[in-house]
Design a protein around this ligand. Structure first.
Ligand code: GSH
Length: 212
Protein backbone atom coordinates (compact mmCIF):
# COMPACT_ATOMS: atom_id res chain seq x y z
CA UNK A 1 0.00 0.00 0.00
CA UNK A 2 1.31 3.55 -0.72
CA UNK A 3 2.65 5.50 2.27
CA UNK A 4 2.18 9.23 2.59
CA UNK A 5 4.89 10.95 4.61
CA UNK A 6 3.40 14.14 5.96
CA UNK A 7 2.31 16.08 8.98
CA UNK A 8 -1.29 16.83 9.81
CA UNK A 9 -0.77 20.59 9.77
CA UNK A 10 1.31 20.67 6.60
CA UNK A 11 -0.73 22.38 3.92
CA UNK A 12 1.27 20.71 1.15
CA UNK A 13 0.62 17.26 2.61
CA UNK A 14 -3.00 18.24 3.09
CA UNK A 15 -3.36 18.85 -0.67
CA UNK A 16 -2.21 15.32 -1.30
CA UNK A 17 -4.49 13.88 1.41
CA UNK A 18 -7.44 15.61 -0.26
CA UNK A 19 -6.46 14.28 -3.70
CA UNK A 20 -5.91 10.76 -2.35
CA UNK A 21 -9.29 10.84 -0.71
CA UNK A 22 -11.08 12.21 -3.75
CA UNK A 23 -9.55 9.32 -5.68
CA UNK A 24 -10.59 6.84 -3.00
CA UNK A 25 -7.00 5.64 -2.84
CA UNK A 26 -6.08 3.85 0.41
CA UNK A 27 -2.83 5.00 1.96
CA UNK A 28 -0.83 4.53 5.12
CA UNK A 29 0.12 7.75 6.89
CA UNK A 30 3.59 8.37 8.29
CA UNK A 31 3.82 11.51 10.39
CA UNK A 32 6.97 13.61 10.76
CA UNK A 33 6.75 16.28 13.42
CA UNK A 34 7.94 19.40 11.64
CA UNK A 35 8.41 21.49 14.77
CA UNK A 36 10.60 18.77 16.24
CA UNK A 37 12.68 18.55 13.05
CA UNK A 38 11.38 15.15 11.90
CA UNK A 39 11.72 16.31 8.28
CA UNK A 40 15.46 16.70 8.76
CA UNK A 41 16.13 13.22 10.16
CA UNK A 42 18.57 11.16 8.06
CA UNK A 43 15.84 8.61 7.40
CA UNK A 44 13.47 11.21 6.03
CA UNK A 45 16.18 13.02 4.07
CA UNK A 46 16.90 9.74 2.31
CA UNK A 47 13.32 9.93 1.01
CA UNK A 48 13.25 13.65 0.27
CA UNK A 49 16.59 15.46 0.33
CA UNK A 50 14.68 18.76 0.36
CA UNK A 51 13.61 18.04 3.93
CA UNK A 52 10.01 18.95 3.12
CA UNK A 53 6.78 17.01 3.43
CA UNK A 54 4.95 15.44 1.69
CA UNK A 55 6.62 12.46 0.08
CA UNK A 56 4.63 9.58 -1.31
CA UNK A 57 6.11 6.11 -1.33
CA UNK A 58 4.04 4.55 -4.09
CA UNK A 59 4.57 1.06 -2.71
CA UNK A 60 6.24 -0.19 -5.88
CA UNK A 61 9.70 1.25 -5.42
CA UNK A 62 9.15 4.93 -6.23
CA UNK A 63 9.19 7.85 -3.83
CA UNK A 64 7.52 10.99 -5.15
CA UNK A 65 7.92 14.49 -3.78
CA UNK A 66 6.29 17.89 -4.43
CA UNK A 67 2.59 17.94 -3.65
CA UNK A 68 1.38 19.03 -7.08
CA UNK A 69 3.59 16.48 -8.85
CA UNK A 70 2.12 13.83 -6.55
CA UNK A 71 -1.43 15.02 -7.32
CA UNK A 72 -0.64 14.81 -11.04
CA UNK A 73 0.76 11.30 -10.61
CA UNK A 74 -2.41 10.32 -8.74
CA UNK A 75 -4.53 11.75 -11.53
CA UNK A 76 -2.63 9.80 -14.16
CA UNK A 77 -2.55 6.61 -12.12
CA UNK A 78 -6.19 6.76 -10.96
CA UNK A 79 -7.94 8.71 -13.71
CA UNK A 80 -11.42 8.37 -12.25
CA UNK A 81 -12.64 10.80 -11.00
CA UNK A 82 -10.39 13.30 -12.78
CA UNK A 83 -8.93 16.15 -10.74
CA UNK A 84 -8.86 18.41 -13.77
CA UNK A 85 -12.15 18.41 -15.63
CA UNK A 86 -13.21 20.89 -18.29
CA UNK A 87 -11.56 22.35 -21.34
CA UNK A 88 -7.84 22.93 -21.88
CA UNK A 89 -8.38 26.59 -20.99
CA UNK A 90 -10.18 25.71 -17.77
CA UNK A 91 -7.49 23.22 -16.86
CA UNK A 92 -4.76 25.81 -17.46
CA UNK A 93 -6.60 28.22 -15.17
CA UNK A 94 -6.98 25.59 -12.48
CA UNK A 95 -3.25 24.84 -12.69
CA UNK A 96 -2.43 28.54 -12.56
CA UNK A 97 -4.60 28.95 -9.46
CA UNK A 98 -2.97 25.96 -7.79
CA UNK A 99 0.54 27.16 -8.72
CA UNK A 100 -0.18 30.67 -7.43
CA UNK A 101 -0.84 29.15 -4.03
CA UNK A 102 1.71 26.33 -4.03
CA UNK A 103 4.63 28.19 -5.63
CA UNK A 104 4.11 31.88 -5.00
CA UNK A 105 2.29 32.10 -1.67
CA UNK A 106 3.16 28.98 0.27
CA UNK A 107 7.00 28.92 0.27
CA UNK A 108 7.44 32.00 2.44
CA UNK A 109 5.78 30.24 5.36
CA UNK A 110 8.14 27.31 5.49
CA UNK A 111 9.76 26.84 8.85
CA UNK A 112 13.19 26.86 7.29
CA UNK A 113 12.53 30.06 5.32
CA UNK A 114 11.15 31.87 8.38
CA UNK A 115 14.02 30.55 10.50
CA UNK A 116 16.52 32.14 8.10
CA UNK A 117 14.77 35.49 8.40
CA UNK A 118 14.75 35.28 12.19
CA UNK A 119 18.45 34.43 12.09
CA UNK A 120 19.30 37.64 10.12
CA UNK A 121 18.06 38.74 12.71
CA UNK A 122 14.72 40.30 11.86
CA UNK A 123 12.20 41.09 14.60
CA UNK A 124 9.26 38.73 14.86
CA UNK A 125 6.70 41.30 13.71
CA UNK A 126 8.78 42.03 10.58
CA UNK A 127 8.95 38.31 9.76
CA UNK A 128 5.25 37.75 10.38
CA UNK A 129 4.31 41.00 8.65
CA UNK A 130 6.24 40.09 5.53
CA UNK A 131 4.76 36.58 5.40
CA UNK A 132 1.24 37.99 5.90
CA UNK A 133 1.81 40.50 3.11
CA UNK A 134 2.87 37.78 0.65
CA UNK A 135 -0.14 35.66 1.58
CA UNK A 136 -2.65 38.54 1.50
CA UNK A 137 -1.36 39.81 -1.82
CA UNK A 138 -1.47 36.34 -3.37
CA UNK A 139 -4.88 35.38 -2.00
CA UNK A 140 -6.34 38.71 -3.14
CA UNK A 141 -5.30 37.88 -6.71
CA UNK A 142 -6.79 34.39 -6.38
CA UNK A 143 -10.08 35.86 -5.17
CA UNK A 144 -10.11 38.26 -8.12
CA UNK A 145 -9.55 35.35 -10.50
CA UNK A 146 -12.32 33.36 -8.82
CA UNK A 147 -14.67 36.34 -8.98
CA UNK A 148 -14.05 36.82 -12.67
CA UNK A 149 -15.61 33.46 -13.44
CA UNK A 150 -12.63 31.15 -13.46
CA UNK A 151 -13.54 27.55 -13.01
CA UNK A 152 -11.91 26.51 -9.76
CA UNK A 153 -13.48 23.16 -9.03
CA UNK A 154 -10.48 21.26 -7.71
CA UNK A 155 -8.73 24.35 -6.45
CA UNK A 156 -9.93 24.02 -2.87
CA UNK A 157 -7.33 21.27 -2.56
CA UNK A 158 -4.82 24.10 -2.68
CA UNK A 159 -7.03 26.86 -1.34
CA UNK A 160 -8.54 25.26 1.70
CA UNK A 161 -5.34 24.31 3.49
CA UNK A 162 -4.02 27.84 3.09
CA UNK A 163 -4.87 28.72 6.66
CA UNK A 164 -1.95 30.29 8.41
CA UNK A 165 -4.32 31.49 11.16
CA UNK A 166 -4.07 28.05 12.70
CA UNK A 167 -0.87 29.30 14.27
CA UNK A 168 -0.57 32.98 13.33
CA UNK A 169 -2.74 36.08 13.64
CA UNK A 170 -5.69 36.56 11.27
CA UNK A 171 -4.79 38.10 7.95
CA UNK A 172 -6.22 41.45 7.01
CA UNK A 173 -8.62 41.29 4.08
CA UNK A 174 -11.53 39.15 2.90
CA UNK A 175 -10.04 35.73 3.52
CA UNK A 176 -12.54 33.61 5.42
CA UNK A 177 -10.35 30.52 5.22
CA UNK A 178 -7.35 32.23 6.68
CA UNK A 179 -9.46 33.47 9.56
CA UNK A 180 -10.70 30.00 10.35
CA UNK A 181 -10.13 28.66 13.81
CA UNK A 182 -8.88 25.14 14.45
CA UNK A 183 -12.40 23.98 15.27
CA UNK A 184 -14.18 25.60 12.37
CA UNK A 185 -15.63 23.71 9.45
CA UNK A 186 -13.98 23.69 6.07
CA UNK A 187 -15.44 26.11 3.59
CA UNK A 188 -14.03 27.79 0.57
CA UNK A 189 -14.61 28.74 -3.01
CA UNK A 190 -16.94 25.90 -3.80
CA UNK A 191 -19.11 24.76 -0.91
CA UNK A 192 -20.47 21.86 -2.94
CA UNK A 193 -17.01 20.44 -3.51
CA UNK A 194 -15.83 21.26 -0.01
CA UNK A 195 -18.79 19.52 1.52
CA UNK A 196 -18.04 16.45 -0.54
CA UNK A 197 -17.61 13.72 2.05
CA UNK A 198 -14.24 12.68 0.69
CA UNK A 199 -13.04 16.25 0.82
CA UNK A 200 -14.15 16.71 4.40
CA UNK A 201 -12.58 13.47 5.57
CA UNK A 202 -9.15 14.96 5.16
CA UNK A 203 -9.98 18.40 6.51
CA UNK A 204 -7.66 17.82 9.46
CA UNK A 205 -6.53 14.72 11.16
CA UNK A 206 -8.67 14.97 14.20
CA UNK A 207 -7.25 13.82 17.49
CA UNK A 208 -3.82 15.21 16.68
CA UNK A 209 -4.29 18.56 18.40
CA UNK A 210 -1.67 17.50 20.95
CA UNK A 211 0.87 17.90 18.14
CA UNK A 212 0.14 21.60 17.75
N1 GSH B 1 6.64 22.79 -2.87
C1 GSH B 1 6.55 21.77 -1.85
C2 GSH B 1 6.46 22.46 -0.52
C3 GSH B 1 6.48 21.49 0.64
C4 GSH B 1 6.56 22.24 1.96
O1 GSH B 1 6.79 23.44 1.98
N2 GSH B 1 6.34 21.53 3.06
C5 GSH B 1 6.42 22.16 4.36
C6 GSH B 1 5.17 21.85 5.16
S1 GSH B 1 3.70 22.54 4.42
C7 GSH B 1 7.60 21.61 5.12
O2 GSH B 1 7.89 20.43 5.04
N3 GSH B 1 8.30 22.45 5.89
C8 GSH B 1 9.38 22.03 6.71
C9 GSH B 1 10.47 23.06 6.88
O3 GSH B 1 10.34 24.18 6.37
O4 GSH B 1 11.44 22.73 7.57
C10 GSH B 1 5.31 20.91 -2.10
O5 GSH B 1 4.33 21.42 -2.64
O6 GSH B 1 5.34 19.72 -1.76
Amino acid sequence: MPQLHGYFRSTAAWRVRIALNLKGCPVEHRSHHLRHGGQRSPDYLSLNPQGLVPALDTGDGAVLTQSLAICEWLDETYPDPPLLPGTATERARIRAFALAIACDIHPVQNLKVLARLRAVPLPEDAVTGWACWVISDGLAACITHAGSGWTCRPCPACWLPRRPAMRSPPLPGPFPISRATPNSRPHGLNPERNNHVRFRQHHRSRGQEDLL
